[in-house]
Design a binder for this molecule. Structure first.
Ligand SMILES: [Cu+2]
Length: 183
């Protein structure tokens, strides 16, 4: 008895410490699974009419942006699309949204060796009827430091022309034709 009792006590201690050691590491290694935050806002043209919707889902690895433009919303063809620095779509030329989100002064362009800036996104293609559907990802977060929902928010801007993804400052994308506030 005097020999077996300490053995049981020892096994019991090991089992208890093993259980204690496992639980915190389980919780600490991964965020508990939860649905990504979803943000939705209208996209408006220069007249202030809603032409579609932007939906952002913000996950641990990437932000996923979905753009849905209704028929008649855009001229057919390719359109540059970027996150601009201020969540203000109140003027007809959308200049209040300022330049691209770009905290580290990178060059513009997904295909530029000195880029991209944080606002850069792939082009959006509008069909013959002026509608468009796209889903793209970005490493720029929705929340937190450097996120799209910073103090003054951000804007999704759709341009008149395609972005060549290399030339400065906006890849030749031209006028700003549609805008959605991200705040
Ligand atoms: Cu732009």
């Amino acid at each position: 008895m005097t020999r077996t009792l300490p053995l049981f006590a020892l096994l019991g201690t090991l089992a208890a410490s093993g259980a204690l050691a496992q639980e915190p590491s389980k919780e600490g290694s991964k965020e508990p699974a939860k649905a990504p935050e979803t943000y939705e806002a209208p996209i408006k043209n220069a007249k202030g009419d809603a032409i579609g919707t932007l939906t952002i889902r913000d996950g641990a690895n990437a932000l996923v942006l979905r753009v849905a433009i209704q028929p008649g919303g855009l001229p057919p063809g390719w359109h540059g699309m970027h996150f601009h620095a201020v969540g203000d779509c109140s003027d007809a030329k959308f200049q209040n949204s300022k330049a691209h989100v770009n905290h580290d002064q990178s060059k513009h362009g997904l295909l530029n060796p000195e880029g991209p800036d944080e606002g850069d996104l792939p082009n959006l293609y509008a069909a013959q009827d002026g509608s468009a559907q796209a889903e793209v990802s970005s490493e720029t977060p929705l929340n937190g430091e450097g996120g799209l929902k910073d103090g003054d928010g951000s804007a999704l801007i759709i341009h008149a022309n395609p972005d060549d993804h290399t030339s400065q400052p906006i890849g030749g994308a031209g006028d700003r034709v549609a805008c959605g506030v991200i705040k």
